[in-house]
Design a protein. Sequence first.
Length: 139
Amino acid sequence: MIKTFRVLLAISALLFAATASACDLTEKTAEGYENATVTHAYQHWSQGDGSPIPFVVLDVRTPEEFAEGHIAGAKLIPVKELENRLAEVPNDRQVYVYCRSGVRSVQASEILASAGYTHIENIEGGIKAWQASGYPVVQ
């Protein structure tokens, strides 16, 4: 009986590890946000079925960069304006944050976390990694 329990416990641990790695789950940083791969973000973004999206994609680049190409449905709030525009970012949904390469999105993720947001994912590598992976952008 104890041996069977240990086997089941080991199998459960393996299944959880496989599920976590398949979804690219990470622990929160000390600042209170998670880092997400572009693959993880794309998987969530591409699951839209026409119903209200349960997350926000936040682009923290400049308007000029945004116009050159962005993730469909992304909301533009440049990182320099974010603290004054927090009311435009829902606090009850997952927020995926990106910039060009991942530097400004870290700053924005820290701003959101310090403002009490709890479901923040910084898209590592930004729009450059998104495009390098072949994921679509709109202009």
